[in-house]
Design a binder for this molecule. Sequence first.
Ligand code: 0GY
Length: 302
Amino acid sequence: MSKFQMDPYWLPIHPQPSKPEFKAPAGAVDAHCHVFGPGDVFPYAPQRKYTPMDASKEQLFALRDHLGFSRNVIVQATCHGADNRAMVDALEASNGLARGVATVTKDVTDEELNALHAAGVRGVRFNFVKRLVDALPFDNLKTIAQRIAPLGWHIVIYFEAAELPELYDFFTSLPTTVVVDHMGRPDVTKPVDGPEFELFLKLVRENENFWSKVSCPERLSPEGPPAYSDVIPFAKKVVETIPDRVLWGTDWPHPNMTSNERPHIPDDGKLVDYIPKIAVTEELQRKLLVDNPMRLYWPEEL
Ligand code: 0GY
């Protein structure tokens, strides 16, 4: 019996994702996914806001193969705080087929950063979603940004659309490549050409160091599965605005899906089938799934 009991509201991992109809191009990268625990080996952080169901590297790599993908980018989840051991363990077991995005504190040592780099970490994540973390002072984040910049790492930022006006100047002051999670979580009941989403488009259009993940329709869609068609115009717009700076990921194992308007665990096969609706040509699909993530995470292989 694990000493960590998942939260009673937690939605378990999808038991049997379908085989996608869309065939991803050779070498496709799932550029946003997580591993959780197992808690008995890699304990969840005391300051976490949720206790998930364990989600192992073996399950993640089996899903990668099942979906017809080749590589993963594993993003440190907030339930592990700045203890990156579960993520690093997965990177080390991946035979070079996974890279990582870590969480670090401003006091991280050079030795720790170098060890993370050697394991395959290429970025850090700054999280501004209030239900997930207690906000860090900008000064700490600036210190971390200065520490990781010399390694050639990037910064992944996660925030809600309503917070963007307040965070905009801080974001554009960051000295590295910056990757926005899930298109800045737009409210898709608002118009795609309205002022809120236009501010996000301006951010990525006017700042060439900004990239965006066009992932997580399942988090953003009041309509819900399987089509998530209300999110398509937003993601398609981003893909067509910055085709060389977009990434896509499953977000497996889909944490906190009860915090959305349509609580459900998505079928990852259906999420893959959403890709050709937002990247409508083979060229856009190849950029989104292969060229862009390879340039950011495996440039030495190009
Ligand atoms: C995501 C989204 C969420 C959670 C986390 O690190 C995390 O805990 O990223 C969320 O709850 O919206 O990208 O996995």
